[in-house]
Design a protein around this ligand. Structure first.
Ligand code: P1T
Length: 381
């Protein structure tokens, strides 16, 4: 099956009792047993639920993986991966990642004895130098949040394999429509389903997709034992979102590049960060490993003051100032005070996340309206 077909039918079956074409919302915590241990495959909804099963199969199908797992948030999915490891184990993470992932690694898991080293994933020398006998996992995002850096997935997975290390890719920004990391040798794909997979800013959810059976069993055990599962109603909404993923991503890709070109030419804009621009530092890698470049466009203003940046952020009419991304509607975010506030200020500045940086999640509205809105808001700087 090709991608568009998989997004609609992948892993799905009509409901056997009634023939219901859409997977029903099995809003139940538990299932009848004829005799202790004798049942229809479902015991208790923390371990399995038919609506969640359908969504997990859909996620696996679109990422071209064998097993999927759905969680109550993207962070819960990441938490599940971290619980695979033991005190003393080392994890190498990309230095450019979502602020909440950085917060989880440094403020939650370091105290349980996991050691995190943050490296520039485009500098293979420092990645190789960071590997020790205790390194168990490489964790990265590409494109990264919020500066849209691109990492060559194949380069990283081949280094990881040589050293017997797992690779996990947070594929939230790209989505499997644009990029499929398992096909490039990754072991684990993670999603904040909250974003493009859900697509409508109405759920918070996470997912993991893997190929390896042992890894799948370990993740399923943690999902069941720790219990951060996605609920059936949210799984239904995510399933519905995935059905239009391909169409939405086509429009996000088109609108994203159009907005990036507009900003690139604007006299009040200093730099535009979008992997589809030829001037992007990693454009060649993006061209090779991505089908399209997505809907997130970040940029820095020439006026570097927080006051000017806030004036712009306060004056959008169509685009909404809010955390998150990946919905049908356009959102704008100020990483320093919103999504990346938990990254220490010195580290943020070193990474280039400064007060004049603005992140746009370009939605699927008519792009002319979005450009008019951006142009108007830029007048307030
Ligand atoms: O919000 P949640 O579903 O728990 O997902 C966390 C997460 C993980 N990975 C990436 C790349 C993310 O962008 C996020 C969440 N990000 C935002 C809320 C944001 O506005 O960037």
């Amino acid at each position: 099956m090709k991608f568009n077909t998989k997004a609609i039918h992948g892993g799905q079956q009509h409901e056997p009792t009634t023939g219901s074409v859409m997977t029903p919302i099995f809003q139940t915590s538990t299932y009848v047993q004829q005799s202790p241990g004798k049942h229809k495959g479902y015991e208790y909804s923390r371990s399995e639920n038919p609506t969640r099963d359908a969504l997990e199969k859909a996620c696996a199908s679109i990422e071209n993986g064998n097993y999927g797992f759905a969680f109550s948030s993207g962070m819960a999915a990441t938490d599940c991966v971290m619980r695979l490891f033991n005190p003393g184990d080392e994890i190498i993470a990309g230095e450019h990642i979502y602020g909440g992932s950085y917060r989880m690694f440094t403020q939650l898991f370091e105290k349980y004895g996991l050691k995190f080293t943050f490296v520039n994933m485009n500098d293979t020398r420092s990645l190789i130098d960071a590997i020790t006998e205790k390194t168990k996992l490489i964790w990265l995002e590409t494109p990264t949040n919020p500066l849209l850096k691109i990492v060559d997935i194949q380069v990283i997975t081949s280094i990881a394999k040589k050293n017997n290390i797992l690779t996990a890719i947070d594929n939230t920004f790209a989505t499997p429509y644009n990029q499929r990391p398992l096909e490039m040798g990754a072991d684990i794909v993670m999603h904040s389903v909250t974003k493009y997979l859900g697509g409508h800013s109405d759920i918070v959810m996470g997912a993991l997709i893997v190929n390896n059976e042992k890894l799948a069993n370990d993740l399923h055990f943690i999902q069941f034992a720790a219990g951060a599962i996605a609920g059936p109603m949210d799984c239904f909404l995510a399933l519905r979102g995935i059905k239009t993923l391909a169409l939405r991503m086509q429009r996000h890709n088109e609108n994203g590049i159009t907005v990036a070109h507009f900003l690139n030419k604007h006299p009040k804009v200093e730099t535009v960060y979008y992997p589809g621009l030829q001037s992007h530092e990693n454009h060649e890698i993006a061209k090779r490993q991505m089908k399209g470049y997505g809907g997130v466009v970040s940029f820095k203003l020439k006026n570097k003051t927080q006051e000017a940046t806030f004036r712009m952020l306060e004056n959008f009419k169509v685009i909404t100032l809010a955390e998150s991304l990946g919905g049908v509607e356009s959102l704008v975010n100020h990483p320093v005070t919103m999504t990346h506030a938990s990254v220490p200020v010195q580290e943020r500045e070193r990474l280039g996340i400064t007060v004049s940086l603005i992140r746009l999640s370009v939605g699927i509205e008519d792009v002319e309206d979005l450009i008019e809105d951006i142009d108007h808001a830029l007048e307030f700087i």
